[in-house]
Design a binder for this molecule. Sequence first.
Ligand code: PMP
Length: 467
Amino acid sequence: TNTDSGSNLDQDIIQTDRETVWHHLTQHTQFETSDPMVIVRGEGMRVTDARGREFLDATSGGVWSVNVGYGRTEIADAVREQLVEMCYFANTAGSIPGAKFAAKLLEKLPQMGRVYYSNSGSEANEKAYKMVRQLAHMEGDGRKHKIIYRDRDYHGTTIGALSSTGQFERKEQYGPFAPGFVSFKHCCCYRCPFGKSYGNCDIECARDLETVIQQEGPDTVGAVVLEPITAGGGVIPPVPEYFPIIQQICRKYDVLLHIDEVVCGLGRTGEWFGHQHYDVAPDIVTMAKGVASGYAAISCTVTTESLFERFKAQPQERLGYFRDISTFAGCTAGPAAGLVNVEIIEREKLLHNVRERGAQLMRGLEWLKQEHELVGDVRGVGLFAGLELVSDRDRRTPVAEQLAAAVAAHCAEAGVLIGRTNRSFKEFNNTLCLSPALIATAADIDGILHALDQSLARASNKQAAIA
Ligand code: PMP
């Protein structure tokens, strides 16, 4: 890696960026006085910044998005050709890539029937909530409108999606929220909300859904929304019994099951969709990020055919159709990119690679846990993993936030970008995240583990100095 100063042009860009762009999730006092990253190139698993520093990216673009890796000219070419041929028409009409991509997605989700397009994960979830609410109005008096969510899950940035988000720390400054969203407990065994241990718990976290439905009144609850594996809330896979119990409760109370695959979808966990690891049949599946691996903005709300039929069954003169539109869902770049993205995952057998490399990654992380007192818990499925850092293993005390930040910074110095789950919370904020692209090689995984090993050792020294 080259840490010398870049060209004048690069210096100019850094300066212009500093003066003009308001960055996401960024404290700008720090950003403006530190050495910012302006990413200028990407190829495969690697990105280069304006100063010429090269990094192995174990985050897939910072937020688990670039599933097939950087520099895919094949996707860029398909998008270019499509835009020249037919760039945009509102999605009230059809398009060639829109139809082809929907058919392709439904191959991967055989129990589902319809694909509704929009532009981001938040929006895909908003569409789902609107469908649930409209069903309540079309088929009843609107009472069955409530949406139950889990208290560590994230579903997006818009007010509706944020109202259904459980991470207190992300919400606290944005209230008041939309009414009709109610939470139930998360399912992290390492920090069991009921103080129980797996094997002896009757999966109380799943049964909490029933308690909440009963408290609210089953005739008021329309849907439950869940991440298959909680991502930003701490990388929390459920135990195998979890989803069948959730499903059974949903059926008992006639509550729709909405699974948010924004992070887990499109191969991240070694199946096309995260929920396919579990015995569960959702009514609604939403997805974004990996749908076009970041080469275009596209998200989808996919429903069963029977849910779709309930809209069709309504007389036109009442509320008989879904009165919703997102302008840019008519841009053909999204489905054109999505189609090639899925073809690449198929052709390069990336699901198989994710399973193999994911197993290697988990073995390596378990080894790091043995080697480093700082690692309290290791969780994950496929190329989607989290290491929760603690200062005291017996008490499971989360490390200070600065320490988790230091490990990430040490990794970056060693040329590897890793992620962190959401910050500034008493628990769970100190989980490091690994989500390399699905194309990762054995050497890439080794490189990530090696950087982590060294960075954890450096951080342990700091921790010792603090203690
Ligand atoms: N759902 C989940 C599970 C997510 O992780 C995210 C984004 N981090 C979203 C929804 C929202 O997606 P977007 O940022 O595209 O609106």
